[in-house]
Design a protein around this ligand. Sequence first.
Ligand code: ZN
Length: 58
Amino acid sequence: MVDERLLKILVCPECKQDVRLEGDWLICQTCRVKYPVRDGIPIMLVDQAEKLDAPDES
Ligand SMILES: [Zn+2]
């Protein structure tokens, strides 16, 4: 689990917006990417990010 204090200071390295924890991922809704969390360590690297699935709304 990610430390909540750590989570508060984490921002997306791409757009500098807050990210949201979802399971083992940190989600940036602005960039629509997710960053992996490995062993409780957020990997906030653009080249480690994966694209989110396309949203349902068009
Ligand atoms: Zn972002």
